[in-house]
Design a protein around this ligand. Structure first.
Ligand SMILES: Nc1ncnc2c1ncn2[C@@H]1O[C@H](COP(=O)(O)OP(=O)(O)OP(=O)(O)O)[C@@H](O)[C@H]1O
Length: 589
């Protein structure tokens, strides 16, 4: 079995060991204070038996026990506070580190890991590890110190060594049980965490898709799918519970055996003389005192095994590197002056799978407008993802000027491109912040101008808080078309050298589309723009139009050129024009 990778924990311990050391010291003091209780009671018993107990000595015994109690509470409380504090710090840093790792991961990582699955790392795994490094540490330190202190006190109280050895021996079997059952618990915990991750993923998907579910009255199907995943968790949890219960029961059982040994053997020695009644009372109290921490140790070892499973998952996740790596000598290029050159670009999402783009060739001069049209699934968005280097294109196929896209810094590339997808995601913050996403400091007048260009200004102005309206609050959402235009405004305000509209006006009516396109042509006359659209009206003004079909360029030219040749473009245009004439009631000629 592969050992858990301790990187995360090690680096944390290296930074925080002084606090752990202080907590250990507090545990040490607290337990040394605590183990005096049986000794004091033993002495009390002996004095009682000898008839030498006075009123004064009863009061001093009581005061001593009170002092012991207060000291124990103070030091134990301090030790517990320190490790709990550190556990929360760990949780905080780990969540930050996970988030920063996630932000660096590539699009493929997100395609392979659903949102719910990623959330389960944040919630379940981080919590499991935190519990074991705080509560786990606490209980282990407590039990280990108590055991050492108790054995030492027994020896110094005059209890014969062979009696102590016989009474404590059953407890020494605990490590063997841990070695035997520990890996089983860890394996089963891993299965539980994996199934919890799948359930969170499914729940996230189902809540996200609840509107579709309701419209199709498919609640039953969804419920069955969800129940199956809950069933899986419950099966895995029961498998875990079976072995961890056995484990948890075995540890106190050994404690009981130790107590029986102390009673039987100690009682025998008491009757036959070698030990006093005080020794006997102290011995049984010490063994009894050890049972509680041992019970806790059972829980802790269980939780440590579970957290090792989570730690393996977290270290595995943090060990994954983004496939998009910046070259050591990555350069910056001014996209406003660099020609885009695509040469014989063939791309498949996965090795060995069918290429999604085939032999794409294209040159786009700065300031030109490129239109791309094609059937759904023909590879238009994929081409744009490659331009943003969301996926790595083959070396040498995409260049800006003379520089391969793979040799550019990601910051220089992506900061100079404004990409507006079809389903622009809006954050649950104000509309102003959503539009000024790339630069939260942008002046309101700029935000308003972008909103006007995207033809969304009037809609926003009518909202109760205008541009300061918070989306998602009290259920406030925008319609599909309004969302699309807000996301378009977010792209336009960036005023980037390269603007990519990926089917970004599909949800607006033709009149609004016309106004948006006219304003983009006006504002971006000297800047490069790529417009992907299903409606030819959105891109017919482009300097060059590509027609993609099954990943290949099947036609290329201006609107007029493409209309003159038979092909997909002319067919699409005829169909769309016919639809328009039907809609407006004019006859198509
Ligand atoms: N992450 C991915 N992994 C594997 N295949 C993918 C991935 N994304 C897209 N594809 C596949 O690549 C092909 C092209 O998809 P793409 O999104 O580029 O098409 P499109 O022309 O933009 O379509 P649409 O007009 O519907 O937006 C499709 O067959 C799609 O199934």
């Amino acid at each position: 079995m592969k050992p858990a990778n301790p990187k995360l924990i090690r680096s944390f311990f290296l930074k925080t060991w002084p606090i752990y050391a202080l907590s250990l010291f507090f545990h040490f003091v607290s337990n040394w204070i605590n183990v005096n209780v049986p000794k004091v009671l033993g002495k009390f018993t002996d004095q009682l038996q000898q008839g030498s107990l006075t009123h004064d000595s009863v009061i001093s015994y009581s005061l001593l026990l009170l002092a012991i109690g207060i000291g124990q509470v103070l030091f134990n409380g301090g030790a517990t506070y320190l490790v709990m504090y550190i556990g929360r710090k760990f949780e905080y840093h780990l969540r930050q580190r996970l988030f920063s790792h996630f932000t660096q991961m590539s699009e493929r990582f997100y395609s392979n890991n659903g949102v719910g699955r990623l959330l389960s790392y944040f919630m379940n795994d981080v919590t499991a590890v935190r519990e074991s490094i705080s509560m786990g540490f606490n209980a282990t330190a407590n039990a280990a110190m108590l055991l050492t202190a108790a054995v030492t006190m027994m020896i110094t109280s005059g209890i014969p060594l062979y009696l102590i050895a016989a009474s404590v021996f059953p407890l020494l079997l605990i490590p063997f049980i841990v070695v035997y059952l520990g890996p089983v618990i860890r394996r089963r915990s891993l299965a539980v965490q994996e199934s919890l991750g799948r359930m969170t993923e499914l729940a996230e998907e189902q809540f996200g898709g609840v509107r579709v579910t309701k419209k199709f009255a498919a609640e039953d199907i969804m419920e069955r799918r969800f129940n199956a995943s809950v069933d899986e968790i419950s099966r895995n949890q029961l498998r875990l519970v079976r072995v961890s219960s056995l484990f948890q029961a075995l540890i106190p059982y050994l404690g009981t055996i130790a107590l029986i040994t102390a009673l039987a053997f100690g009682g025998y020695l008491l009757i036959h003389g070698p030990i006093t009644l005080g020794n006997f009372v102290a011995l049984t109290l010490y063994v009894r005192m050890l049972m509680n921490p041992l019970q806790q140790i059972g829980n802790v070892i269980n939780s440590i095994q579970r957290s090792r499973a989570s730690l393996e998952r977290l270290n595995g996740l943090l060990g994954q590197q983004s496939e998009i790596v910046e070259a050591d000598d990555a350069q910056t290029v001014n996209l406003a002056a660099a020609e885009l050159r695509i040469r014989d670009l063939t791309f498949a999402y996965n090795p060995g799978s069918q290429p999604v783009l085939q032999h794409i060739r294209l040159t786009l001069k700065p300031g030109q407008t490129l239109g791309i049209v094609g059937r759904t699934g023909s590879g238009k968005t994929t081409l744009m993802k490659l331009l943003l280097r969301m996926y790595d294109p083959p070396a040498g196929c995409i260049k800006f000027g003379n520089t391969d896209i793979r040799d550019l810094t990601l910051e220089s590339l992506r900061s100079q491109i404004a990409y507006v997808p079809q389903d622009g995601f809006l954050f649950s913050t104000t509309i102003r912040e959503n539009i000024a996403f790339h630069n939260r400091e942008a002046k309101l007048c700029k935000v308003k101008t972008a909103a006007k260009q995207a033809q969304i200004y009037d809609n926003i102005a009518e909202l109760p808080g205008s541009f300061n309206t918070r989306l998602g609050e009290r259920g406030l959402t925008l319609s599909g078309g309004q969302r699309q235009r807000t996301s378009l405004a977010r792209g336009l305000i960036k005023n980037a050298p390269l603007l990519i509209l990926d089917d970004s006006v599909s949800a607006v009516d033709t009149v609004t589309e016309k106004e948006i396109i006219a304003s983009i042509r006006r504002e971006r006359a000297d800047k490069t723009t790529i417009i992907i659209a299903h409606r030819i009206s959105a891109l017919k003004h482009a300097d060059v139009i590509l027609v993609l079909d099954e990943g290949a360029i099947v036609q290329k030219g201006t609107h007029e050129q493409l209309l003159r040749e038979p092909g997909l473009y002319a067919e699409l245009y005829a169909i769309q024009e016919e639809g328009l004439h039907h809609a407006t009631g004019t006859s198509y000629s």
